[in-house]
Design a protein around this ligand. Sequence first.
Ligand code: ADP
Ligand code: MG
Length: 477
Amino acid sequence: MTFEAVIGLEIHAQLSTASKLFCRASTQGGAPNTQVSPVSLGLPGALPVLNKEAVRLAIMAGLAVKGRIQERSVFARKNYFYPDLPKGYQISQFEYPICLGGEIVLPVSQKTIRITRIHMEEDAGKLNHIGADGIAGATGSVVDLNRAGVPLIEVVSEPDIRTPQEAREYMERVHELFVFIGVCDGDLDKGSFRCDANVSIRPIGETAFGTRTEVKNLNSFRSVERAITYEIKRQIQVVQSGDVVRQYTMNYDDATGQTTPLRSKENAHDYRYFPDPDLKPLVVTSDQIAAIAQKMGELPDDMALRYQRDLALPEHDIMVYRQSPALYRFFEKARSFLQVATPGDMSKWVVGELSALMKEQSVDLNDKLATELARLIDVCKEGTISTQMIKDILPQIINGKTVAQALESGGGQISNQDDLMTVVAAVMADNPDVVAKIKNGKVASANFLMGQVMKQTQGRAKPDTVRDLILHACQNV
Ligand code: ADP
Ligand code: MG
């Protein structure tokens, strides 16, 4: 019998707010238990106050996945005990979440994964185990409540995913989208973006779903793919051995790539959800939603379409902008200053040299740099400098020089006519056939000679001077 997998993901994304969901304690972390307040400590009498910015970001996330923002949503208490949860309940949304519906289209297959809902909730604290990496073998555990109350959204997908690769692509796409619109910093290492994978199998052809397990706390794209791959294999073995899959919550160990049962899965009613009496229902008006939509800016898919259609940018450039909103915004700004060159001329340098330099040094992508970069690309287009000179000057304008200053201080460019003429003469002597063509009116052949001059000068010759010299000399041969 052959099986197929059925997979649904629950993604937790931390909203990029300065303060927590229900109090003014900072979300920035620090020494253990320094970013806390009576509310995040769960002290008696402390009352939660909803963070307006978190609501705005959650609405943006909902709009970005094309979900329906709910004008009325309700915070509910999810009751359970764990030492990282001082109140004894987590404030979440249950029956009435902030957003219903939505979808994500996978990049290659164009397959649509439907989204069930997005709800807002607070994060719990963190246990640090002493004497061992995990809880197993630890001699003790200490609690750090800096994360307690940090705002999250949970994005629940329909069970539309069929393979571990699709699950990874889906997670990557949601990540890219949220980082692009600025609702989440996307830092996987810090736990800002993580997911639980619900996995079941069924014989191919079967329409009913099988019993699922839920693999907890997957915090990288790779681990999502690996954990699901392992879990599917494990379930198939269970079924083939004549047993049945049990509804379990599973742990995933990235070191071994294996999933192991953590506990038999709890059901929603076990949590005794009820509306939090300390918080009024959250009401947002359609005008407020429209205002947030209007301010949100362009979504990556729309950007991609526009860049393809209007700017004819290559796929690769578009992919880089999808994944680097800072570079995208900088490019948008810088290209608006171009006067001669095309956006395509500039984009090459932004996704190439500039982004390479950004990996080596910190680069302030400010307006001055945008202006100077446009100037630099224009000057090259005009033929005043070679592309090699762009390479030389770019680091200088990053460090605060203007293009004019860089050119003035020489910057390695050879513009002296006598110096250049020596090279031009040598190149012409080596290529008499080309010289003859130019003489006979085939001016375009000058490009070949220019290329040779550039080669010999390591690109430092001033292109328009070289051209003039060649054409002039050919007339006089
Ligand atoms: P819970 O809150 O108990 O985790 P939900 O009904 O909210 O349960 O479902 C959580 C996730 O499980 C969703 O992403 C959903 O798509 C997925 N899911 C539900 N049934 C199955 C199944 N049989 N196999 C795989 N995934 C499933
Ligand atoms: Mg769940």
